[in-house]
Design a protein around this ligand. Structure first.
Ligand code: TMP
Ligand code: ASP
Length: 239
């Protein structure tokens, strides 16, 4: 597949056209931002790690029957994915209280939630990705009733698969953010699943192994990202 002109640059990835109209190439960057771009930095090796971690999860989810945008990894930081129209929703699933949930509702981080919980944000940087409910999403024509139902079903399904898989590797899946796209009339899981978009805590020590180390200046950021890749792929395959 031929890599053609750049069509988009986001905070963590660049997207390039290809000679196939149905496909694009994503190229992961080492750049890191937080708080809607207010905090900026670089995490050495992040592009390579997020590409490999995300592709690992997308392949696992495809094997379980979840439709995704994944096509093929073509280099250590580039992947061919389906060219989707992104649904402008950030879909967050939570198992334990953390981050904005803890702050908003006054619940200590790490408190288990009575049920896995879903929330939507309106994906709009100018508005700061505000929290919305499904009526808002429909009222704003961000997604149809049917799309919201599909997205909700897939989001909890992803949670069931990843939560169990990660626990076997000694990692607690605290929460994560998904994005979905429209492709040939259907909904597919898109964007990425990586330490940038999930909270991963070590099961025994509760050490944070994700972007919170960058957001909160906890240090050891690169090592935490590497640790996730190593637990997923095995140490020998990540040297
Ligand atoms: P939050 O607790 O800050 O709302 O974050 C919930 C989850 O979503 C957490 O795993 C981090 C992820 N996330 C993103 O992927 N992108 C974002 O812009 C934000 C704010 C959170
Ligand atoms: N990626 C988001 C930003 O730059 C926020 C985050 O992940 O915390 O604003």
């Amino acid at each position: 597949m031929k890599k053609l002109e750049q069509i988009y640059e986001g905070k963590a990835k660049k997207v390039f056209a290809t000679d196939n109209a149905d496909y694009v190439i994503v190229d992961y960057k080492d750049d890191a931002t937080a708080f809607n771009g207010e905090k900026k930095g670089t995490i050495a090796g992040k592009g390579v790690i997020n590409n490999r971690v995300s592709n690992f999860f997308f392949k696992l989810l495809e094997e379980k029957g979840i439709p995704t945008h994944f096509v093929e990894e073509i280099s250590d930081k580039e992947t061919v994915v389906k060219r989707v129209e992104i649904v402008p929703l950030e879909v967050i699933v939570r198992n334990l209280a953390a981050g904005s949930f803890s702050k908003r509702y006054g619940v200590e981080e790490g408190t288990p939630l009575a049920i896995p919980t879903l929330e939507f944000s309106y994906k709009d940087d100018a508005l700061g990705d505000p929290l919305i409910n499904e009526y808002h999403a429909k009222a704003l024509r961000l997604a149809t009733d049917e799309e919201i139902a599909t997205i909700t079903k897939i989001a909890f399904w992803v949670n069931d698969i990843l939560k169990e898989y990660l626990l076997n590797l000694g990692i607690r899946l605290v929460d994560f953010k998904l994005e979905f796209g429209r492709f040939k009339g259907g909904i597919v899981l898109a964007d990425e699943i990586s330490p940038d978009t999930c909270r991963f805590w070590d099961k025994d020590t509760n050490k944070k192994l994700d972007k919170d180390r960058f957001r909160r200046d906890l240090g050891d950021v690169e090592d935490a990202y590497k640790e996730i890749l190593e637990r997923l792929l095995g140490r020998a395959d990540t040297e």
